[in-house]
Design a protein around this ligand. Structure first.
Ligand SMILES: Cc1ncc(COP(=O)(O)O)c(C=O)c1O
Length: 312
């Protein structure tokens, strides 16, 4: 969130309009709607898989397209390049007064490279896969143009969104094993998603690696792996609660991307600050469960889920 704060302080001001992926992280929605909106910045949430919808939502005041991909409920592709280049001249975002940014927390640069897809800036929560050990909280912004970098650095210094030396050390230690960890998350993620898709108590599974997923084709073109983030629907909050109460290998937690498997209930955790109707519109149903598949022996993860589902 410090990285997102710094990004917004660097590129938007009162009177600006920002287009955001509809199903963005609940904390991002909270920051935009409950904090930045008080400073005269306006936000619209659009389906960023629909380039026409994005184009239609652009106004003369639109300053930024903020895309999060992949996401909790559905995998969506960034349409930023088309949306951005249709109106923006080349050069730094600072110079041309329009920017596209992508949050790449779930995929990491190991599987997806938004700068190569046309984004100006990429935001990561380093709390997740980049650090990978769930022992540090932080963020990073990566940008294509050094001028944008200077602007971000200035805002960071001025506003104070910095990482402590020890946390910086932890993240730099974690990044050294990013490729090995991501390959393991991906192997386990594919196995768990395929297993869940076959389970009779699971109504629906959301994982870009499943051929039935609407984003599968574009994910296969755009990403070199699908990672370990899966969500699935059990049909009701009661069913989700029973599962969450019974898991042992998967720990209940809002975070994600650590070597240990974490499981969460988006409607009451990550997306609790999104209004109930808006939450449903975004596909965050009461029975939705999200699992961040760790790098444990996959048989242990499957046995844990099997045992927990038996109680549902
Ligand atoms: C996509 C996304 N963005 C931002 C955040 C917030 O990150 P942090 O907890 O590092 O501030 C999260 C945390 O779950 C997330 O999933």
């Amino acid at each position: 969130m410090a990285a997102e704060t710094t990004l917004m302080l660097s590129f938007v001001a009162a009177g600006d309009h920002v287009l955001v992926s509809r199903n963005t992280y609940g904390g991002t929605y909270r920051f935009f709607s409950k904090i930045l909106a008080n400073f005269g910045v306006t936000f619209d949430y659009v389906d960023t898989t629909d380039a026409e919808a994005v184009r239609k939502a652009v106004t003369p005041a639109t300053r930024m397209l903020f895309v999060e991909t992949p996401r909790t409920r559905r995998w969506r592709s960034p349409t930023s390049r088309r949306s951005r280049t249709s109106r923006a001249p080349r050069g730094s975002a600072s110079a041309r007064r329009s920017a596209s940014s992508s949050t790449n927390t779930f995929a990491t640069p190991f599987f997806q490279k938004p700068l190569a897809l046309g984004c100006d800036a990429v935001v990561h929560s380093t709390t997740k896969y980049l650090n990978g050990h769930s022992d540090s909280v932080g963020g990073a912004i990566v940008c294509a143009d050094p001028k944008d970098g200077e602007k971000i650095g200035f805002a960071q210094n001025a506003a104070g969104g910095i990482l402590s030396p020890f946390d910086s050390f932890l993240v730099s230690r974690g990044i050294k094993t990013l490729p090995v960890r991501m390959k393991a998350h991906d192997t386990n993620g594919r196995a768990v998603a395929a297993w869940l898709a076959r389970h009779p108590k699971v109504l629906k599974v959301f994982y870009p690696g499943l051929p039935a997923h609407p984003g599968h084709a574009i994910a296969s073109r755009q990403m070199t792996g699908f990672g370990g983030m899966i969500s699935f629907d059990l049909g009701s909050e009661a069913a989700a609660r029973r599962l969450l109460d019974r898991v042992v290998v998967c720990s209940l937690g809002e975070s994600l991307g650590g070597v240990e498997s974490l499981i969460s209930h988006p409607a009451t955790m990550t997306h609790a600050s999104v209004e109930p109707e808006e939450r449903l519109r975004r596909g965050i149903t009461p029975g939705l469960v999200r699992v961040s598949v760790g790098i444990e022996d996959v048989e242990d993860i499957l046995a844990d889920l099997e045992n927990a589902l038996a109680g549902v």
